[in-house]
Design a protein around this ligand. Structure first.
Ligand code: GLP
Length: 242
């Protein structure tokens, strides 16, 4: 694990955007694994700015997002499909056929997950997976559990995660109880992983991820075993590191 600490979140986001941009410049047909949440937003803003300046071209990349809420379709304002459309895809003129996100409305969620893993494999596997970090140490929606998960699957969200992500849902809007997520093995197969964590709320999870044992109760700790994982932190998220 290569850990880098930046004075603030904006710089950590720029560092992440530079790594992603480097991947796309080196291979314009890169297969990117993307994440949602508030952490990637400044990263996507940087990438959009580079695309608008003409230094980055997303026309041939292929993307796979980590997860989607069960029950939310692409038009739902809180779906991750909609989030990605608004915050990245539409602004870098990506076409539908380049984009993959699990279908939250799939009649058979398990079949949808198997098809999702098959699509990643068919695309040649993920060149670079971007990750955020849950307050409870989750990555994607892989919650703390007795065992590390393997392939993509349908997960019941923990109360903590539902509380943490409530802020993205309007008042009166029902917060989903389940999500479809890439599993830990799906994530670990990415050739490169870039995890970004910012802000004081992530400090304990960051410490456990980096210094703790590899433990499925801290799903992100598995990244200690990845050959090419880079962790980008701001000083607040790194505040419990020695
Ligand atoms: C959600 C997503 C994760 C993300 C996490 C942290 O649970 N499924 O992929 O890393 O939120 O979000 P934030 O960056 O808003 O703290």
């Amino acid at each position: 694990m290569n850990v880098r600490v930046y004075p603030n979140g904006d710089l950590a986001a720029i560092a992440a955007a530079v790594l992603i941009a480097g991947q796309v410049v080196d291979d314009p047909q890169s297969v990117l694994g993307l994440a949602t949440g508030s952490t990637p937003l400044p990263i996507y803003r940087e990438l959009i700015a580079m695309a608008h300046r003409g230094v980055l071209d997303f026309r041939r990349v292929v993307t796979f997002n980590l997860d989607e809420y069960v029950g939310l379709g692409p038009e739902h304002p809180c779906s991750y499909r909609r989030f990605m459309q608004e915050n990245l895809f539409s602004q870098v003129k990506m076409r539908e056929e380049q984009i993959h996100i699990p279908d939250g409305l799939a009649a058979d969620p398990e079949a949808e997950c198997r098809a999702y893993d098959a699509a990643i494999a068919e695309a040649g596997g993920l060149d670079l997976q971007l990750l955020g970090l849950g307050v409870n140490g989750h990555i994607g929606f892989n919650e703390p559990a007795p065992r590390f998960t393997t392939n993509s699957y349908c997960v019941r969200l923990s109360e903590q995660t539902r509380r943490d992500n409530r802020r993205f849902f309007a008042q009166g809007e029902t917060m989903p109880t389940h999500a479809l997520t890439m599993g830990i093995a799906s994530i670990m197969q990415a050739r490169r992983i870039v995890l970004v964590a910012t802000g004081p709320k992530k400090a304990q999870a960051v410490r456990d991820m980096i210094l703790g044992p590899v433990d499925p109760m801290v799903p992100a700790s598995i990244l200690q075993m990845h050959r090419h994982a880079t962790v980008l932190l701001d000083s607040e998220a790194a505040s419990l590191l020695p």
